[in-house]
Design a protein around this ligand. Structure first.
Ligand SMILES: C[S@@+](CC[C@H](N)C(=O)[O-])C[C@H]1O[C@@H](n2cnc3c(N)ncnc32)[C@H](O)[C@@H]1O
Length: 210
């Protein structure tokens, strides 16, 4: 009997059809993609998934992806880009963490550049943590990306207040967990990862390491 091709092989074959430039296919993965892939294979939950750029870099390692976003149109594009017979994709329209009870846990939870509009960083971070069986990986700026024209925002009375890396670190530490960090681009962005607290799925494939 012929063995079915592995998921990675099928994904590579699909990438070949997309005609992506070789520079993109051979580019070094981002620190956040490396930290998430360390805790895979397994299921992925992408909070604030947008058009799917962050999930795309994990598609080879994921057995399924759940994407949450407030923007239904973005999630339609997410399904179009990521959808493939060998990669089950579920999209859920809603605001995190209010929608969290309707979202099943995953092995790895990622949340990249989607924490800025939250009013309650602690609740947002706690819900991410409670939905991850193995690891949460967040990418965020050191400073709010629109902080530079703050004098202008103050004049317009709509200064952006979104949390930055230090506030996320404080929220994770307050949960009694030890976050680890790596600079994504010196001076601008940070990858933060920490262990999840969702009950472990004993049927799942073990991660490769770390
Ligand atoms: C800058 S985009 C980042 C998209 C994707 N994570 C990436 O790295 O390419 C931020 C996305 O987060 C979504 N978003 C922001 N706050 C959210 C919240 N509280 N709940 C769900 N989605 C949110 C926005 O609609 C947007 O699609």
């Amino acid at each position: 009997m012929i063995e079915p091709p592995s998921y990675s092989a099928r994904w590579r074959a699909r990438l070949a059809h997309l005609n992506l430039p070789p520079s993109l296919l051979t580019a070094a993965p981002s620190p956040s993609a490396v930290r998430a892939a360390e805790a895979l294979p397994g299921t992925v939950l992408d909070v604030g998934a947008g058009l799917g750029d962050s999930s795309l870099s994990l598609a080879e390692h994921a057995s399924s992806i759940t994407a949450v976003d407030v923007d239904a149109a973005a999630l339609a594009i997410f399904r179009e880009r990521l959808g493939h017979p060998c990669l089950p994709v579920t999209t859920i329209v809603g605001e995190w963490p209010a929608i969290a009870d309707a979202v099943p846990p995953s092995d790895v939870v990622i949340c990249h550049y989607a924490l800025y509009a939250t009013r309650d960083t602690a609740a947002f971070v706690r819900a991410l943590t409670e939905h991850a069986r193995r690891r949460v990986v967040v990418e965020i700026h050191y400073r709010h990306p629109r902080a530079w024209p703050n004098r202008l925002w103050r004049r317009l009375r709509c200064q952006p207040n979104g949390p930055t890396a230090n506030e996320v670190l404080a929220a994770v530490t307050a949960l009694g967990l030890a976050p680890r960090t790596e600079r994504t681009r010196p001076g601008h962005q940070m990858t933060i990862w920490w262990p999840g607290t969702a009950p472990v799925d004993t049927q799942a494939q073990p991660p490769r390491g770390g």
